[in-house]
Design a protein around this ligand. Structure first.
Ligand SMILES: [Zn+2]
Ligand SMILES: [Zn+2]
Length: 257
């Protein structure tokens, strides 16, 4: 199959032919329809997080099941699925607790990817979705309803759950609280959406780009503050009766924020 291969950090990905092993016990092969680009992929490509090359990144995907392995009962050929990087046993203490992200037993397994000469290829973030197909653990899939387009659904795999999860799980933000979301990219917009669903009293978006603040309003922000404004702090205090925000979500990795 073809994949966008990272052979050197800080260099463009190369479209290359690589091999994909068939699904083993408990694994599923998915033919991909869409994969978003997350900033984590860019960090890896830039070499910021290290790792072994060559590698295939991409972890925010959706597609169609084309090969369930042995022992997989809940994925059938033709099923539309979301593919995430969350590999979980489903039964350990953390999984039972509703925290599959820190599953105690979801060990890395051997990568199903290799170059034609047999050289192993790293399966980035246990997924490797910048490719025509992938093979992942069945726990990394979630079934999708028929009425959601796969390119939109792909966003659910990382950006949406990261942004809304920060509100619902990490902050457990109560209704009426004032939220300030710094950075309104993919994760930030979904944090704003989550705060909106949670019933935020004020839902303040902050960014350096004015056009992004408009997009933030479309996702439910009540206020937009340009981070470069000298009176940005006053603009946050004004709609919160002088208190400032109850919960602040910094959604990008910039120290200045
Ligand atoms: Zn991501
Ligand atoms: Zn587990």
């Amino acid at each position: 199959m073809k994949a966008a291969l990272c052979t050197r950090f800080r260099a463009p990905l190369e479209i290359a032919e690589i091999t994909l092993a068939p699904p083993r016990q408990g694994e599923v092969e998915v033919t991909l329809a869409a994969c978003a680009i997350c900033h984590s992929d860019l960090h890896f490509i830039e070499g910021a997080w290290g790792g072994t090359l060559p590698a295939v990144y991409g972890h925010e995907a959706a597609g169609i099941v084309t090969g369930p392995g042995d022992g997989v009962s809940d994925a059938r050929i033709g099923q539309r699925v979301l593919v995430t990087l969350i590999r979980a046993c489903g039964t350990c203490r953390c999984c039972s607790d509703g925290r599959p992200v820190i599953c105690e037993y979801a060990a890395d397994s051997a990568s199903p990817l290799a170059l034609p000469d047999g050289t192993p290829v790293t399966q980035g973030m246990k997924t490797g979705a910048f490719a025509e197909k992938l093979v992942v653990d069945a726990s990394q899939l979630a079934p999708l309803p028929a009425d959601i387009a796969l390119d939109m659904a792909a966003l659910l795999a990382c950006g949406v759950i990261t942004g809304t999860g920060a509100v619902f799980k990490t902050a457990a933000m109560p209704a009426v609280a004032a939220a300030l979301v710094i950075g309104t990219g993919g994760v930030g917009l979904n944090t704003i959406q989550g705060a909106c669903i949670a019933g935020a009293g004020r839902n303040i978006a902050m960014d350096v780009a004015p056009e992004k603040l408009q997009a933030a309003r479309d996702f439910g922000a009540t206020d937009g503050v340009l981070a470069s404004d000298p009176d940005a702090q006053a603009q946050i205090r004004a709609p919160t009766a002088g208190r400032g925000a109850d919960h602040v979500f910094v959604t990008m990795g910039a120290v200045a924020a």
